[in-house]
Design a protein around this ligand. Sequence first.
Ligand code: AMP
Ligand code: MG
Length: 272
Amino acid sequence: MGNTSTDPVVKRCLARHDVDLDDHDPRETFGWEKDAARGAFEDEIAIVSDLQKRLFAEERTALLVVLQAMDAGGKDGTIRSVLTGVNPAGVDVNSFGVPSDEERKHDYLWRVHAHAPERGLIGIFNRSHYEDVLVVRVKGLVPQKVWKKRYSHIRDFERMLGDEGTHIVKIFLNVSSAEQRERLQDRVDDPDERWKFRLGDLDDRALWEDYMKAFRDAMRETTTDDAPWYVVPADRKWVRNLVVAKILHHHLEAIDPRYPPAEEGLEGVVVP
Ligand code: AMP
Ligand code: MG
């Protein structure tokens, strides 16, 4: 599948095997103006919505979008914005938090595989199997010799999904530490947002550098032609939304879904 987009921004955000987060500015705007970007975003969403109808009708492939970010990195906001206008029946959103007792009895891919999207759907993973080489690594929840092997499991798992008809795109919403501080503070200060905040979020924030290293290594180890990672600048929500829409547009276009042929003999049928 042709994964090399002709869109320079999509190309710019594509993570290579030597990806370095120092090369990706969370405040990047790509020279866009906020007002013009709104129109561009609406155009992209209209295209995504049309391609999604075809994907759904064809039932040949699925698109799995893996979203990862630090707390307050914008995963929920991205899902809300970018999927506006897409038929909800064609979208399957799953969030992965701390594994349940049941999930803990299985291997770490078990719960994720169970939620891989069926053919015809756009599946969104809000967090994913990557937590098992991110938080699990940073917090030392399993020994290094255990999490290190997971990169190769993940490559194999994703290759299998790809071979069986699931096109995979992985997105790291790259928010800066300063922007995260503001957003977390806003959560604490706003009674309607406070429920999203946990004191434990501060422990993760204190481990920022370790997380960045873990994200970098995860992307270096698992970005492939068939399941690429993108680093999306996420300090400005309007930039983030437009970039993610462009990425989805590109990958849906690469899938090239088509409406199934109509039944024979429908020409001239008059419905009584
Ligand atoms: P939230 O997305 O705010 O609901 O938080 C979900 C929490 O679950 C985050 O703190 C994640 O780090 C944590 N989490 C997700 N997957 C795992 C996992 N496999 N092991 C441990 N913690 C996880
Ligand atoms: Mg949280």
